[in-house]
Design a protein. Structure first.
Length: 224
């Protein structure tokens, strides 16, 4: 039991510090939109992970079918590119407002919108599903034949998700502390840089979808 909990904690911390569009948007959201929006965004991200775990556990044929994977890659790629463009436009508007009023504009958008944003950002990345699939297969092989296999698997995933969320909370509040040291101009530059990076990630996701359709890449092997 202890070994399973330790393994879950290690995986949770590892997931929390994997650099990707979700990692960048979480930090950027905390810096530019505040703690509450960042937490809601992260709850959306975690919800997608929980759904992935459920899909893997029950072996959903719908999400794992080749045509659907390609479509999810394509939609996810364009969605991330769209978020990147939105960040660039938002940064431009904030720069104009700052020049006129010397203050940053109020943050718009409901909590529901940020939850959906976090959920879709994670759910429409098939690489995340492939990661959970690989992790689950490895766990099943490790626990095979153990009398408490099911219970240990549940403990492992609950520990992983809880550690993941807890580590993200630390990142969110740390970003807020850093924010106090940053000027409005720097915050706008961060939002702009994240926008460019998201566009690159989105394009990369589209390429991965193309490669998957042609049977190339890690996801093609693990999901195929």
């Amino acid at each position: 039991m202890v070994e399973v909990i330790i393994a879950g904690i290690i995986l949770g911390v590892t997931l929390a510090f994997m650099v990707g569009p979700v990692f960048l948007l979480l930090i950027e959201t905390s810096l530019t939109k505040g703690v509450q929006k960042a937490i809601v965004f992260d709850v959306g991200v975690i919800s997608a992970d929980v759904l992935f775990i459920g899909l893997v556990a029950f072996g959903s044929s719908f999400i794992l079918s080749e045509n659907n994977v390609v479509w999810i890659y394509t939609i996810g790629g364009f969605l991330i590119i769209g978020y990147g463009i939105y960040n660039l436009i938002s940064a431009k508007k904030k720069r104009s407002t700052l020049a006129e009023t010397h203050t940053l504009p109020e943050v718009n958008g409901s909590n529901t919108l940020y939850f959906i944003k976090g959920f879709l950002m994670n759910f429409l990345n098939m690489g995340v599903l492939a990661y959970w699939l690989t992790t689950t297969v490895t766990l099943q092989a490790t626990l095979k034949g153990h009398p408490n296999e099911r219970q240990l698997a549940i403990v492992y995933f609950v520990t992983t998700v809880a550690t993941y969320f807890g580590t993200d909370l630390i990142k969110i509040f740390t970003a807020q502390r850093i924010k106090r040291l940053l000027t409005p101009e720097v915050l706008i530059k961060i939002e702009r840089v994240v926008g460019f990076i998201l566009i690159v990630f989105g394009a990369f996701l589209l390429v991965r979808g193309y490669l998957f359709a042609n049977g190339i890449g890690i996801e093609a092997k693990s999901l195929g």
